[in-house]
Design a protein around this ligand. Sequence first.
Ligand SMILES: NC(=O)c1ccc[n+]([C@@H]2O[C@H](COP(=O)([O-])OP(=O)(O)OC[C@H]3O[C@@H](n4cnc5c(N)ncnc54)[C@H](O)[C@@H]3O)[C@@H](O)[C@H]2O)c1
Ligand SMILES: [Zn+2]
Length: 368
Amino acid sequence: MRSVKVSLGTRSYDIKIAAGLLAKLGAECATLDLGQKCALITDTNVAALHAKSALASLKRAGFETVLITVPAGETAKRLKQVESCFNQLAAHRLERKSFIIALGGGVVGDLAGFVAASYLRGIPFVQVPTTLLAQVDSSVGGKTGVNLAAGKNLVGAFYQPRLVLCDLATFRTLPEREFRAGLAEVIKYGIIHDSDLFARLERDMAKILRRDAASLAHIVARSCEIKADIVSQDETEGGLRAVLNFGHTIGHAIEAITAYGRYLHGEAISIGQVAAAHLSAELSGLPAVECERIRALFGAAGLPVGLKLSSAQRTKLLAAMTLDKKVSAGEIKFVLAPRIGKAVWGQRVPSAAVHRALDAVSPLKTEH
Ligand SMILES: NC(=O)c1ccc[n+]([C@@H]2O[C@H](COP(=O)([O-])OP(=O)(O)OC[C@H]3O[C@@H](n4cnc5c(N)ncnc54)[C@H](O)[C@@H]3O)[C@@H](O)[C@H]2O)c1
Ligand SMILES: [Zn+2]
């Protein structure tokens, strides 16, 4: 088993990574000095596949369990579901020492984390992420929350889990498209922080796509280490943490103009990172060969590296970018990579350069 420590003073915790950890969930929770009752929050898809083994493990360790199932998909991240969870927790009389377990992807983790942060002003919670994106990204760093009609993640709290268990065996049931989308964040860690990880991804991509156990253990652990390291230095996003947004300004805008329907987040930020690589080549000295290696690696992972847009859609995309929350004082700031393995944040970018980067990933359709 691999273990990564997230160092946040008294709120420090471990991320444990191995195949088969779900069967040890109860025993792991028993080491944490928690109450006897716990609520397992999951979604309908994951409930059918993995809840039974999680619940059995908790019962073997002597915990009394309540199962709360929410609908699968982004629509579960809303205040109505938060209230429904609160009501179920109260009906089953969960108290201050009781705890919550989030079993599922980033949606369940964000929702259950926010429920844990606010029920009785905060009860302990444990993350058991079951998508690649959740294991390498959303379960690390303590951001929890839900969406409003006005936008994604507008209500939430920084709230750290007591433990994160990444069971690599849960990937056996994860749809291919979801798996590849998670790889977009793993590639991001290589670009912003670790050229060796990037080179390893280039070398091992075929093995990773076959979900080779040893390769997965390495990339999940290294990704968690990198995110944990960045988050430990900047828990509440004052500065450094912004490098995690590489490719996300354009990626979020792509998600927004396609009404969150066409691309998964990982797919949108794959295109966004290729565009950010072009910006980096023009403005921060990223060598052309490295820009091409970045495009090629996303391609090798089976992720989109370009999109077709009309000029009207291009205009919408640029407008969506200025609405992104990373804009301060009306100016778009980008994370750029001067080379693979290093990122700088808060870089002002002239709009003509954004146009040229978009030309590289999205040549304008000629209109007749
Ligand atoms: N808190 C953070 O720091 C942070 C960071 C990144 C993303 N997020 C959030 O994460 C969410 C996206 O997470 P996601 O990509 O994991 O999506 P998700 O939670 O919707 O999961 C994707 C799909 O896979 C299914 N699924 C999950 N695990 C499975 C498994 N092992 N086998 C079969 N099916 C499985 C789910 O039911 C769902 O249909 C977004 O809401 C995003 O805002 C949060
Ligand atoms: Zn992301």
